[in-house]
Design a protein around this ligand. Structure first.
Ligand code: NAP
Ligand code: SF4
Length: 724
C-alpha cells in the first residue's frame, strides 16, 4: 500500500493517462539559449522523466520575437527551430515520460526594447517603454501562438502550456490594471478575456483532440486592479469550453510585492486558491507553489484542493523524487529548500540555473565527466602524497583527479578523513563514500549540520532541516564513519593513515575591534540562534548582511526565541500559521479584486536596530529574488535598519556610534554581532607541514562569501575526484 495513494492514482488528461499526479512545472534553465542546449536539456528532462514526473512542462518559449523575455531568448516560430526540440522530446519519450512546451509571451515584462502590451503601460519591473498592440498586432499574435503550438506538435511534444499567468501578456489583457482598451479586446471582462480564449480555441482547432493544452490561469494576481475571483471562475469556464485539457494555477504577478515561492512561504500556502475552482469546471486542476514533498502533495489532494500538483524547483533538487516517493523512500529525497539561490538568482544574473542542494542539475554531463573511477577490489590505484596548500600557505581547493602516477594495486579502498560536518563536509564525505572510499567524518559538535543547524532556527528557514535529514540518510547508506564530538588534531589525522584529508571546518564569526566588544551584553549570532543566549528587549545588530537580516527576523518574531518549537517544516501549515502568513503579507481570501488586503504583521515587543557601516539602506547585497522579501518583512515588523554607522564603543549605556557623522547612542541591553566570518582552517598549516594530502573546501577555504551553494559544490567535486 503506497504512503501516497492519491498521488499515485492515474489521471486522464486529454488523450493521455498519466501514471501519477505530479507535474514538473515550467522553469527557465538558461540551457534554452545555450549552444549545447538541446543535448543538455534532453539529458536534464530525460532524467526527470525517468525519475517519474508524470508530465513535464518546459521553460517558456516565445511564439514570436516581441514575446521574448530577453533579446536572444528562445522562440519557436518556424520549422527551422524544430531541430532544437526533437532531441528533447525523443529523450523524454525514450525515458517513458511526457512533455509539453510552454508558450510564453512576455508582453510588457520583456527585457528588450521591442516591448508590447495591451495598452502601452510600461511595467514597474522593466526599464523599457511599452507600445500598445494594434488590432492587427493582436490578431497576428494569436496566430503566432497557434503556429507555435502546431510546431510543438510537429516537434513531438505531447502538448503545450499556454502561459496565462504571472503578469505576462495574456494576463495583461485580463486585468483592468493593464488593459485600458475600449475595443474588441478590452473594456469589460468579456472583452478582456477574448485574447486568452481565442488563443486556446485557435490552438485546439489546429492541433486536434490528441494533444494536451494546459492553460496556466492566474487565480490570484496579488496586484491592484487584478482579476476578481468571479472573473477567474468565468475565465476558467471559458477556457475549458475553448478546448483546454487541464488548468494549472498561477499565483502572483512578477511585480507583486508578496512572496509566493520563497522559503518563508509555508508549504502549500496557496492550494486553497486552486480549491476555490473545484466544482466550477470539469477538467482537472493543478495546484502550485511551495509544494516540495510528497506528503504535502498528498495532503492537497486529500483536502480536495486539486487533482494534480505541480513541482518545479523540487525537480532541480532531486530528479528522482517521484520514484523515491513511489518506492516508499521519501526520506531519501533531496528536498528543495526554496532558497532560490542557484536557480532563480542564477537566471536573474545571466547564469545557468542549477540547485544549491544538487549542483549537478543542468550540469549533468560535466559532473559525470569529472568523476574518477570508483573503487573496485584489485583495480589499479594512484598512490603517493600530495599537498594542495599554496606557496603562500593559503589553502587552495584541489579539483580534478590528482596528477600522480599509477604505482601499485591494492585490495582495500583508500581511507579518507573529512573534518567538519557542515554542508561542504557532508557533501564530500557522502560523495566519496558512494564511490567506495572508506570515509571517516570528524565533527567537533554534537550534531552534523554546521551553518545549516543555525539556519534552520531562523523563522521561515525551517526547510534547511530537510537537507540535514537527507544527509543523515546519505551518511548511513554510504557507510561513512561519523565521529561526533570529536575535534580532529593534525597528529591524529596523520597517525590515522588516511590517504587524503579534506578540511571542511567552516567559518567562525568575525569579532570587530570595537572598544568594549567584550561587554557582557555582546554575543554573536551563533550564541543567539542556538539559544545559548536569550535576547534582550532592545537589541542592536552589528552587521546587516544575510545573517544580520536573519537574526533581525529571528528577534522580531512575536513569540520569544527559545520558546519556538524544534524547527522542522510542517507538511501543511496549521490554520493559524497560514492565517498569520496571509495577514502579514496582505493576501485576501475574500472576494476582492487582485486578492489584496492591508498587510498586518504581528509585531513583537522587542525594539531592534539593524546596523551597517556602509552608507545607504541595508540589504542591497541580499539575494536577487529574495532580498526584497527580507527588507519588506523587517519593515512590516518595525525593525529599524540604519546605514552609515561608525561604531565608537560599547559600555553599560549601550552602543555609542556616529550615524552620518552625528553622535547617537543606541541604549540597548543586547548587541548581536553579525559582522561576517573568518575561515576556520587552523589544521591546514600543520597538516601541510606534515605532508598530508590535503584539500580545503567550503568556508574553511573562503569565508568572504560563505555560501552553502559553493560549499556543497566544492564538497561534491572533491568527493568525486579523490583517487579511490
Ligand atoms: P556578509 O553578508 O558579508 O555581511 C557582513 C556584515 O558585517 C556586513 O553588513 C558588513 O557591513 C559588516 N561588517 C563586516 N566587517 C565588519 C567589521 N569589521 N565591523 C563591523 N561590521 C562589519 O556576511 P554574513 O551576513 O555573515 O553572511 C554571510 C553569507 O551567508 C552571505 O554572503 C550569504 O551567502 C549567506 N547568507 C545569505 C542570506 C540571505 O541572503 N538571506 C542569509 C544568511 C546567510 P559593513 O561593512 O557595511 O558594516
Ligand atoms: Fe530549490 Fe534552492 Fe535548489 Fe532552487 S537552489 S531548486 S530553491 S534548493
Amino acid at each position: 500500500m503506497s504512503a501516497y495513494p492519491l498521488l499515485f492514482t492515474p489521471l486522464t488528461v486529454a488523450h493521455l493517462t498519466l501514471p501519477n499526479r505530479i507535474l514538473m512545472g515550467s522553469m527557465h534553465t538558461g540551457l534554452e539559449e545555450h549552444p549545447d542546449g538541446a543535448a543538455r536539456l534532453a539529458r536534464f528532462y530525460a532524467e526527470r522523466a525517468a525519475g517519474g514526473a508524470a508530465l513535464i512542462v518546459t521553460g517558456g518559449v516565445a511564439p514570436n520575437d516581441t514575446g521574448r523575455v530577453l533579446a536572444g531568448a528562445a522562440t519557436l516560430s518556424s520549422r527551422a527551430a524544430l531541430a532544437g526540440h526533437r532531441p528533447v522530446t525523443d529523450a523524454v519519450h525514450g525515458a517513458g515520460g511526457r512533455i509539453a512546451l510552454q508558450i510564453l509571451h512576455a508582453g510588457r515584462y520583456a527585457m528588450q526594447p521591442d516591448n508590447v502590451s495591451p495598452s502601452g503601460l510600461s511595467s514597474p519591473i522593466t526599464p523599457f517603454a511599452s507600445r500598445a498592440l494594434t488590432d492587427a498586432d493582436i490578431r497576428q499574435t494569436i496566430a503566432d501562438f497557434i503556429r507555435c503550438a502546431c510546431l510543438a506538435q510537429e516537434a513531438g511534444y505531447d502538448g503545450v502550456e499556454v502561459m496565462g499567468s504571472e503578469g505576462y501578456l495574456i494576463n495583461q489583457f485580463l486585468a483592468p490594471a493593464t488593459n485600458r482598451r475600449d475595443d474588441a479586446w478590452g473594456g469589460d471582462s468579456t472583452r478582456r478575456m477574448r485574447f486568452a480564449i481565442e488563443i486556446v480555441h485557435g490552438i485546439r482547432a489546429a492541433v486536434g483532440e490528441n494533444f494536451v493544452i494546459i492553460y496556466r490561469l492566474s487565480m490570484l494576481d496579488l496586484i491592484e486592479g487584478g482579476s476578481s475571483p468571479d472573473e477567474v471562475v468565468m475565465l476558467a469556464q471559458a477556457i475549458e469550453a475553448a478546448g483546454a485539457s487541464i488548468l494549472n494555477t498561477g499565483i502572483g504577478w512578477h511585480e507583486a510585492r508578496i512572496p509566493t515561492i520563497a522559503t518563508c512561504v509555508p508549504r502549500a500556502a496557496f492550494s486553497w486558491v486552486t480549491g476555490r475552482l473545484r466544482g466550477q469546471v470539469g477538467i482537472p486542476l493543478v495546484a502550485t507553489n511551495r509544494i516540495n514533498m510528497p506528503a504535502t502533495a498528498e495532503a492537497i489532494l486529500a483536502r480536495g484542493d486539486a487533482d494534480m500538483v505541480s513541482m518545479a524547483r523540487p525537480f532541480l533538487a532531486d530528479a528522482r523524487l517521484v520514484a523515491k516517493a513511489a518506492q516508499g523512500e521519501a526520506d531519501r529525497i533531496n528536498t528543495c529548500i526554496a532558497c532560490n539561490q542557484a536557480c532563480l538568482d542564477h537566471i536573474f544574473s545571466g547564469r545557468l540555473a542549477s540547485c544549491l542542494v544538487n549542483p549537478r542539475a543542468c550540469h549533468e554531463a560535466e559532473f559525470e565527466a569529472l568523476a574518477a573511477p570508483a573503487w573496485q577490489p584489485g583495480a589499479p590505484v594512484i598512490a603517493g602524497p600530495g599537498n594542495t596548500a599554496t606557496a603562500t600557505g593559503q589553502p587552495a581547493l584541489a579539483t580534478g583527479p590528482d596528477p600522480m602516477p599509477v604505482t601499485n594495486r591494492q585490495t582495500a579502498p583508500r581511507r579518507v578523513a573529512v573534518v567538519g560536518a557542515g554542508p561542504a563536509g557532508l557533501a564530500c564525505a557522502t560523495e566519496a563514500a558512494a564511490r567506495g572510499l572508506k570515509v571517516t567524518l570528524f565533527e567537533a559538535g554534537a550534531s552534523i549540520g554546521g551553518q545549516f543547524l543555525l539556519a534552520c532556527q531562523v523563522p521561515g528557514k525551517e526547510e534547511f532541516a530537510e537537507t540535514l535529514r537527507y544527509f543523515r540518510g546519505r551518511l548511513a547508506e554510504t557507510g561513512v564513519d561519523v565521529r561526533l564530538n570529536t575535534s580532529a588534531r593534525a597528529a591524529d589525522l596523520l597517525a590515522g593513515n588516511f590517504s587524503a584529508v579534506v578540511l571542511a571546518t567552516g567559518v567562525k564569526p568575525r569579532h570587530p575591534e570595537i572598544p568594549g566588544i567584550g561587554h557582557a551584553m555582546v554575543c554573536d549570532y551563533a550564541d543567539l540562534l542556538t539559544g545559548r543566549v536569550q535576547p534582550g528587549r532592545r537589541v542592536a545588530v552589528i552587521g546587516a548582511g544575510g545573517i544580520g537580516f536573519d537574526v533581525a527576523g529571528f528577534l522580531s518574531e512575536s513569540s520569544h526565541p527559545g520558546e519556538r518549537p524544534a524547527s522542522s517544516p510542517a507538511v501543511s501549515p496549521t490554520p493559524p500559521a497560514l492565517a498569520a502568513f496571509l495577514q502579514e503579507w496582505g493576501i485576501s481570501t475574500a472576494d476582492t479584486r487582485g486578492g489584496l488586503a492591508p498587510p498586518q504583521a504581528t509585531v513583537g515587543q522587542r525594539e531592534i536596530f539593524l546596523l551597517q557601516r556602509k552608507p545607504g539602506k541595508p540589504g542591497a547585497g541580499l539575494g536577487k529574488t529574495t532580498g526584497w522579501i527580507h527588507r519588506t518583512a523587517l519593515r512590516h515588523r518595525g525593525v529599524q535598519t540604519i546605514g552609515g554607522v561608525i561604531y565608537q564603543r560599547i559600555d553599560d549605556a549601550g552602543l555609542h556610534t556616529l550615524v552620518d557623522g552625528a553622535p547617537r547612542l543606541f541604549a540597548v541591553d543586547q548587541i548581536v554581532v553579525c559582522a561576517g566570518q573568518e575561515s576556520e582552517h587552523r589544521l591546514a598549516a600543520p597538516l601541510a607541514a606534515l605532508g598530508a594530502h590535503l584539500h580545503v573546501i567550503g568556508g574553511a577555504r573562503l569565508a568572504s562569501e560563505v555560501d552553502a551553494r559553493r560549499a556543497i559544490e566544492e564538497g561534491i567535486r572533491v568527493g568525486l575526484t579523490l583517487p579511490a
